[in-house]
Design a protein around this ligand. Structure first.
Ligand SMILES: *[C@@H]1O[C@H](CO)[C@@H](O)[C@H](O)[C@H]1NC(C)=O
Ligand SMILES: *[C@@H]1O[C@H](CO)[C@@H](O)[C@H](O)[C@H]1NC(C)=O
Length: 187
């Protein structure tokens, strides 16, 4: 048992890539990327990409996975002032509020809903140990900072993106919302 623990510790130490310094200070990414979802404990979403599904009024709804894939593969996202941007629309938090777990939908629109704000930060891929740029969730615009982005089961085996507010402790037993790391993968 002791040996097992020390080996596990060694593996844990080995599995951390070198984080460059200084940290990333800008909250703009001016080159195209895809958003990858990571949570190694949940293979149904881990390492899959965020796809954009056409919705009303030029909006796009956001999904990961699905059989067949829900939404369109989107490789030209940018980060503008901390906001995930595609062409003329941005990721915002609003609508489809759930009383069961107090989560709220994250989707993309050109309307002025509060934006989902992110800060790029270096991190290490949990499986490959490759250096990556993570989009750390800062908070909902004009609200108490904090909380996180999670994905919960939706139609055709996909998961949809939700905002889990700071201080919240509720969960939906039927549609558990998985906390995820979002990664900007250059395209
Ligand atoms: C980004 O923020 C800067 C500084 O606050 C502001 O001047 C600029 O207009 C913003 N750009 C966009 C596209 O919102
Ligand atoms: C994975 O999801 C679980 C459940 O939401 C969460 O507790 C855990 O912190 C997540 N792991 C990572 C690395 O985000």
């Amino acid at each position: 048992m002791k040996l097992f623990l020390s080996l596990a510790t060694l593996v844990a130490i080995a599995a951390s890539c070198t984080i460059p310094s200084p940290p990333i200070s800008s909250n703009n990414i001016g080159t195209d990327f895809r958003v990858q979802v990571q949570n190694a404990s949940y293979p149904q979403v881990h390492n899959k990409y965020m796809n954009l599904m056409v919705s009303g009024g030029g909006d796009r709804h956001l999904y990961v996975g699905g059989t067949p894939q829900v939404g369109d593969t989107t490789t030209n996202l940018r980060l503008v002032n901390g906001s995930i941007n595609w062409v003329s629309i941005n990721a915002v938090i609003g609508g489809e509020e759930s009383n069961v777990d107090d989560t709220v939908k994250m989707f993309m629109t050109e309307r002025g809903d509060p934006r989902a704000l992110f800060q790029p930060m270096y991190g290490c891929h949990p499986d490959t140990d490759q250096l990556q740029v993570e989009l750390r969730f800062v908070g909902k615009q004009n609200a108490t900072p904090g909380g996180w982005i999670c994905v919960r089961p939706s139609f055709d085996g996909s998961h949809e993106f939700r905002y889990y507010p700071p201080g919240n402790t509720k969960n939906d037993p039927n549609r558990f919302c998985i906390k995820v790391t979002l990664v900007a993968v250059p395209t």
